[in-house]
Design a protein around this ligand. Structure first.
Ligand code: MN
Length: 249
């Protein structure tokens, strides 16, 4: 088995070594990750400037672009084979509910999915102030989910999104399949002024609350349960598709 690993926290991220180690028990691991932090870059591709690739070691590459760039280049240039599995992560911070639309971690897995590679995104749910990060818990759960993907496969246009509470493995109460929930954010706009008096902004507040709908991903974190959600690139709203047929178009 050959496994492609990417992420959005950058090639030096702390989430990579435990992930690579865990996946090494399932197959040969190739790593193609961004040179720099790319969190919240979603699925963007670098199309208007050159992309540089730095070879770090055999089967290890850093790309001066986005997570989607990494997977695109890996599949079409750097690897001369189609991997059996793609894993993106382990992200520093969860990707729950609406997060998946902003996430570079999920986008790397989505890019794999679009190219027919069974793909998994994995993120560690870290609460503000938590200093000890249990990467090893997430890595072990990835190993379990990854083994199942390799054994059972995934349908076309389906990827998996795994979120793991930041706890020791023995304190995690299993992995539960669930729906994507809703998450709201602090709507931060921090307006500042540069030395020439012109305004500039920092946007993107912290996470606020989860919608408490049953069987959705966010609320599971507080229960110490890892969430596993199947996602699809098909964002069609089926009910409204039917309703649109009644519009005067
Ligand atoms: Mn990230």
């Amino acid at each position: 088995m050959r496994i492609l690993v990417s992420n959005d926290d950058g090639i030096a991220a702390a989430g990579i070594p435990p992930l690579v180690e865990a996946l090494s028990s399932l197959g040969e691991v190739w790593l193609v990750a961004p040179e720099q932090e790319q969190s919240a870059k979603s699925h963007s591709l670098t199309m208007w400037e050159p992309l540089r690739v730095r070879s770090l070691a055999p089967q290890r590459f850093a790309v001066g672009g986005t997570p989607a760039d990494c997977v695109y280049l890996a599949l079409h240039e750097l690897l001369d084979f189609q991997p059996d599995l793609l894993v993106s992560g382990i992200n520093r911070g969860s990707n729950l509910g609406n997060d998946v639309l902003y996430s570079g971690t999920v986008a790397a897995a989505m890019e794999g999915c679009l190219h027919g590679v069974p793909s998994l995104a994995v993120s560690l749910h870290i609460l503000p102030g938590e200093q000890i990060l249990h990467w090893e818990s997430a890595a072990e759960l990835v190993r379990r989910v990854g083994a199942q993907i390799l054994e059972r496969g995934l349908p076309r246009r389906c990827l998996l999104n795994l979120n793991v509470p930041n706890r020791p493995l023995e304190e995690i109460a299993g992995i539960r399949p669930c729906r994507l929930g809703e998450r709201s954010y602090d709507e931060l706009v921090d307006k500042r002024f540069d030395p020439r008096g012109k305004p500039y902004y920092w946007i993107g507040g912290g996470h606020n609350t989860f919608c408490e709908e049953p069987n959705t991903d966010g609320p599971l974190m507080a229960q110490g349960v890892a969430s596993l959600t199947p996602l699809s690139p098909d964002l069609t709203h089926d009910a409204q598709l039917g309703a649109l047929s009644e519009w005067s178009l």
